[in-house]
Design a protein around this ligand. Sequence first.
Ligand code: ASP
Length: 902
Amino acid sequence: MRGTKIIFLLLLFGHLSALPDTIRIGGLFHPEDDKQEVAFRYAVERVNADRAVLPRAKLLAQVETISPQDSFHASKRVCHLLRSGVAAIFGPQSAPAASHVQSICDTMELPHLETRWEYRTRRESCLVNLYPHPAALSRAYVDLVRAWGWKSFTIVYENSDGLVRLQELLKAHGPTELPVAVRQLPESHDYRPLLKQIKNSAESHIVLDCATERIRDVLQQAQQIGMMSDYHSYLITSLDLHSVDLEEFKYGGTNITALRLLDPERSDVQRVVRDWVYDEARKGRKLQLGHTSAKENMTFIKTETALMYDAVHLFAKALHDLDTSQQIDVKPLSCDAEDTWPHGYSLINYMKIVEMKGLTGVIKFDHQGFRSDFTLDIIELTRDGLQKAGTWNSSEGVNYTRSYGDNQKQIVEILQNKTLIVTTILSAPYCMRKEASEKLIGNAQFEGYAIDLIHEISKVLGFNYTFKLAPDGRYGSYNRETKEWDGMIRELLEQRADVAIADLTITYDREQVVDFTMPFMNLGISVLYRKPIKQPPNLFSFLSPLSLDVWIYMATAYLGVSVLLFILARFSPYEWDSPGNCIDEPQVLENQFTLLNSLWFTIGSLMQQGSDIAPKAVSTRMVAGMWWFFTLIMISSYTANLAAFLTVERMDSPIESAEDLAKQTKIKYGALKGGSTAAFFRDSNFSTYQRMWSFMESARPSVFTSSNKEGEERVMRGKGSYAYLMESTTIEYVVERNCDLTQVGGMLDSKGYGIAMPPNSPYRTAISGAVLKLQEEGKLHILKTKWWKEKRGGGSCRDETSKSSSTANELGLANVGGVFVVLMGGMGVACVIAVCEFVWKSRKVAVDERKEEASLCSEMASELRSALKCPSTGSGGGPANTRDGAGSPYLHYGFSTKSQLH
Ligand code: ASP
């Protein structure tokens, strides 16, 4: 019962809301954009063919062709259309004509459908614009620029519309942030002067806003002046980049990105386009596509054309929806009368609430009637043409679908066909001129660690390279006055080179302006100085094992012990003996420890020789025992230390570290001019290094050098009066070859050498990866050994060290000469004493025998004669130097002292 009721109501309703059989819709088109008209007509045909869209009526396209600038003519054609009774007006595309059409439609309350960029759309007007709303579109550009992290960029625009289109971008980068340059394209078709200015400003991020037809021209001219390098990025605001022929830019490596509304890869889009092309061809109508494949045809379908197709479908859908709720009739309207179409607003409202899927994605309008919720594809130019890299939509922003790995793979592919310009400077052992009899050219001129390294990297990534020496031969430093960089860094910044490879230190300042790879070598600043001059061995180096104090203490101990022994022996009764063994009750007792004997005894034991005298009393034995113990320890210590002192050559260096340098002013020190070493001291906050920097800066003549080689030569020439602050790796190389130089102290800091590239270089990650790979494979180590220890005289100082260490055990006369001197001295003194003894005794004998003064000489002569006389043959085995006869001085000799006992 209830079901019958519903069917009845529906039938009644259906009867009431019958549409006229034919509904006219007007289209205003310009002669030059015939595709709009074709799209319009085709869409009408599709709607009529598909009964599901508008079941009870057919659309009838009524087309008027107008000139874009002639608004008066446009208004007349609109009035003509209105008179013929149209339900909506589509187009036109030109702004002046469109605004006239819109005001007429507003007056007549007639739906006006547009498909063009228009920022003046009012909420309450009769306009339904399918083109994405400018504010939303502008936000998409802001999101993209943010996602890429562009710090600065230049906007190149064609007319004021462009500025309006990019106003969100301009607002997002206000004066507080990094500057945004805005430049207008000239009217003429020569954009080179403008592009050159942008190039000179070193800007590599460009937002290009111009008519789709001009994009190719602008890019071509940019290419001519070298602005289509790997480091340039273009964001093109046109939604129709797919319709531009970008063939010649595909392999350049330039990052060209745009957004699009129409996704040609979508199957429904492809089907519509294919049918359309086929249909047009069947009817013999020229679509001027000229291509056969549907994909290629896609490039000729602009966003606005697709939007026109969608507009007709939107209108049909809204009409159908409105038809279900009210009776619609279409009546002719006169521009001269104050007449309106009563269903106009209803139809407009239906169009704004309807949600449908068109060629340009989901079509829906916000509460203001603007199309602000839409999805855009992010497209990038690759070697295979434009490829979708991600999407943007107003709620989620940028969403990249291509993975990081995909991007890198693509970059490596691009690299494989590239010839990179590699800037470097001559600095051993990183880059040196090859020694050859014939003249070398090109890359063959150079050899070294850096040359081998880039060769290895190129093998991994498959690119070619050409070396180019930096014209000023410098690493790269920032001049705060001119605000310019020099050296290799400048070459990179001005994009005259793609890669800089040398002993280029990664520093904060450089990292701000160029990109560095992972470090391929680690190092620190140290001091290059002359080796300390070897001291000639000291003649009396045998005295060195004990210090002077110890020698003095030993001499004192020797005298003290001798005197004590003498005294104790006197005290002790057990040291007094009878002179002969057979005398029981001796009148005279003898003590063997006279002062001289005591001295002899102690020196004998000190020299480890002993003597004939031996103590008998416990007290004297105690003295002797302790003295022997003392000598045992002293002599062992002396012997243990002696070898070291005789063999080790003393090296006296006035400086042991950088701090020592800072403490003095006699030895000058400097560094490489404009290098990171000098910058380290200049920028250091540590007081010692600050002091060193002021010393270096104020020194006259200048202590700075133009190359490390010059620094090395200056240290050599300076003979100890100049020290050079240099990086440890280079010091290592120098001291391996120049045996007179050495590294003094440790490292003052820790840093690394990296390969530098222009800012935003797409190859940084790939080259960094290659460096890591080489490091893990041990290739970097092999290269280091080759250029440090093997090539170009490497290891020559090692030979010298091993030679000197093998001869270290032999002692020369210079080492032990002092011992001979002492021996000779001792002999001499003994002789002198012997003479004195002889003279003194002869004189004593002469006096005793009361001889005349004159007879002293004869007495001495007779003594000498008897001393030199050979022993008599009859004396048997008796001692040779004993003689008989009174008056002989030898009669009283002997180790005994007779003392009277009281
Ligand atoms: N390797 C350094 C540089 O990159 C040179 C130096 O200062 O020793 O500047």
